[in-house]
Design a protein around this ligand. Sequence first.
Ligand code: ADP
Ligand code: ZN
Ligand code: ZN
Length: 678
Amino acid sequence: MTQIYLRVALDTPLDTSFDYRWPAQEAGADKSALPQVGQLVALPFGRQEVVGLILEVVTETDVPQAKLRDVLAVRHELPPLNKEWLALCQFAAEYYQRPLGEVALPALPKNLKAIKTVSLQRAIKKLDKLPQQTDVSTNNEPVLNAEQQAAVDAVVQSQGFAPHLLFGVTGSGKTEVYLQTAARILAQSADAQVLILVPEINLTPQLEAHIRARFPGLMLSTLHSGMAEGERLLHWLAAHTGRARIVLGTRLAMLASLPKLKLLIVDEEHDPSYKQQEGLRYSARDLAVWRAWQLSIPVLLGSATPSLESWQGAQSNRYRLLELRERAVKLAVLPVIKLINLEREKPSEGLTQRLIASIKLRLEKGEQSLLFLNRRGYAPVLACDACGWISNCTRCTAHLVLHKGDHRLRCHHCGLEQRIPRSCPTCGNIDLQPLGRGTQRLEESLAAIFPEARVFRIDADSTRLKGSAAAAFERVHAGEVDILIGTQMVAKGHDFKHLTLVAALNPDAALFSQDYRASERLFAQLMQVAGRAGRAAQKEGGNLSEVLVQTRYPDHPLYHALMAHNYPDFAKDLLDERQQAHMPPFMYQALLRAEAKELETAIAFLKEAAICTEHQGIMINDPIPMTMTRVANVDRAQLLVESVSRPALQAFVKAWIADLRAMKSRVKWSVEIDPVDI
Ligand code: ADP
Ligand code: ZN
Ligand code: ZN
């Protein structure tokens, strides 16, 4: 009998596949048990046992017989991952310049890769017991308005690969478009699957409940990083075996195995959290578009403030633009957005009199207010007036943030913690002052101004415990909160029905950030948080919904576009600027990052890197320290390379990485394609 060899991918930084011998005894007599591409296999690797993914089943190998090792066991109990999924991983590996094994294996649930198959078998058994639910009928489907209907029809009637951008103001009923489009696609074929991505774990419970209520007879899978491993495996298997017809998840769900995928939906497609910021630095939105192209299916990207990339895609007719101009609920009008000039109206404790009066009006009518301050902690820094000492992190280019409640100074970048000093470490002055304002301090001030109000804070600190974020949002929905204080966590997607006032305390910093994307992001963030107000019909005698932005720069064009709810004009100006300045989306970029104990070492490495590879048609910038140079005692620098041609950039980076590897530098480096934080 011919000897069979398995070519497998393993989760290692080595950019190669590995050959193993398939032992004759496993070959046995049973032909159906022959190993197949896409199956998982346990095997020895060095002194460990690991699980790999079969890429090829071959009868010849270049590896000398003496060096070949036998696989331990093929996971026959798991249906193979199909070739479309493998191709997706292959594409991501090539595009983002990582070894295939480092893309494919981390995309699988941990319990699938355990050497002992107990949890896998248990999950499969559990799955088999679940009812094969296939009823696609829907409950309580509202009648769509004309624009919503046109959007649904456009997607459902599209042929082949069809990218659509659903541009709709907050509250215009984009979610409804997603659900009814999904319903129509699911009804078209008996086994179709739909993937819906949301940017935040905290948004999954709300949408999950919505979907379950809408499709009572369908199996829904959720996939996000907050799940226990056992649960994650079960949900992943439900998707992989085609049982789950709707899969709802955060960016990691983009790499799920979905053999019958027929529609992709990316909600809030502009959201930065679709970009993975470590390891495989992929954009789940970009992969969604590729996956739709690969499968010749529609993809629906939705946002009130699309990314400039997608907006440009729609302007150039690569994407079809679908527009929802008005709020879906009758009498739920868009909130009026007003600016409060901080130069004229001096705030006390960060709050102007006008803002305080507006909150009071809400309290009187039993309505909710949301105060948006994108900075957690009590104060961003503690300072000594006498000698000028300030609480800096000793390991980072950053301040230690004052957390008053638990008497700590804390670095938000490296985690360094200290007790609050009783006196100034430099001069002994005991009168140390908090500078600036975080959400905790704001909470304290509001509680003092409105002692009878129920003030509630939602940020990463207040929701550290598992399940606490969902419980916190539940309290807001249940009307148990009068004044909600929050960071960007509260800005996204939530459908707060009792909220009629939103205030941004001091968003100006982003106007002058070095990051060229800062204004695009600020606009999106303010638009989104503003969109939390006035989502239900105005109550008889209730307040008009309004948004107040406290600013020192009331004449800034960004705020004017915001007041006019005018994303298209704002986007046009930004795109014109970007085109003139040769920046994305008119330019493609890759970033080489280097880390070393000393900044000079990192820069020296980058200088060498800048000249080590032939680079026609590629623009190589000067190496520079990263804005936050030092984190956890490591200095960081970066080198940006650009090209107007994506293929040229891809080809260059591929050759470049090979040359950088050959340099065998001790400097730790990584390359990111389409970087967003530069
Ligand atoms: P978006 O996702 O665009 O912010 P949502 O989909 O959350 O908006 O819709 C906002 C509100 O409008 C929700 O309360 C939703 O139930 C309601 N809604 C959406 N479409 C309709 C419709 N066709 N008829 C009645 N209400 C609708
Ligand atoms: Zn001092
Ligand atoms: Zn630090």
